[in-house]
Design a protein around this ligand. Structure first.
Ligand code: ZN
Length: 218
């Protein structure tokens, strides 16, 4: 893993600074991959693309608009060295981002909703962390959360294109997550791509078991 420069951003509202690390290169050695496409790779750590200001609570994108500079090891500008690290949003904050319409195109909306899916699925991925509070891990813990989870999955499906194989695979996965096993099987049976046959076998097995939860595929 070769770290790249540290990028400095400022909150568009109160101008508070945060930093975000970048990578020149990394690899997926020892990575775990899940059926929702989330990859946890120790040698390829992910940095947030959207964050929340710890002072004024503005949610903003860590993009060129809010970037003010970068440095390699130690910044000449001392204030930069003491800036907080940008952090990932929580599930609640991703929903706040949707409410505040911080996205201007369907790609950014998809990005936020995809992270919502991942945050929900983390409860299955990291059962130790959640079972402490809720016993047997479940994706949602209340009827209200179930509604949010269902609506988000439905919206993700509507943002995906059935004519693209990868997107079709994701629609199949979201259908399985919603307990629509027949739909998931139907979609997979319409895919005849040798590259993903291994995945098809795994997913169909989970459908047979009527398992709607995310699972590790690699
Ligand atoms: Zn701020």
């Amino acid at each position: 893993m070769k770290p790249g420069p540290t990028i400095v951003y400022q909150c568009p509202t109160c101008k508070k600074l945060v930093t975000n690390r970048s990578l020149y290169s990394g690899n997926t050695f020892g990575a775990k991959v899940y059926s929702d496409k989330k990859q946890i790779a120790p040698m390829l750590p992910e940095s947030p693309a959207i964050t929340i200001c710890s002072d004024c609570k503005t949610i903003y994108w860590l993009n060129e608009t809010n970037e003010i500079g970068e440095y390699d090891d130690v910044a000449d500008n001392k204030i930069w060295n003491y800036a907080e690290k940008a952090r990932f949003l929580t599930l609640k904050e991703y929903f706040m981002a949707l409410d505040q319409k911080v996205y201007t195109n369907p790609y950014d909306e998809f990005f936020i909703r995809n992270w919502i899916l991942w945050c929900f699925n983390d409860r299955i991925r990291e059962p130790g962390k959640w079972s402490r509070f809720f016993g047997v891990p479940k994706v949602y813990t209340s009827e209200k959360k179930k509604t949010l989870w269902t609506e988000n999955n439905e919206k993700l499906i509507s943002l995906l294109d059935l004519n693209d194989v990868n997107e079709k695979i994701m629609i199949a996965e979201l259908s399985r997550n919603l307990g629509r096993f027949e739909r998931c099987v139907e979609l997979w049976n319409s895919i005849d791509d040798a590259d993903v046959r291994w995945l098809k076998v795994l997913v169909l097995k989970e459908c047979e078991k009527k398992n709607s939860n995310v699972f590790q595929i690699r």
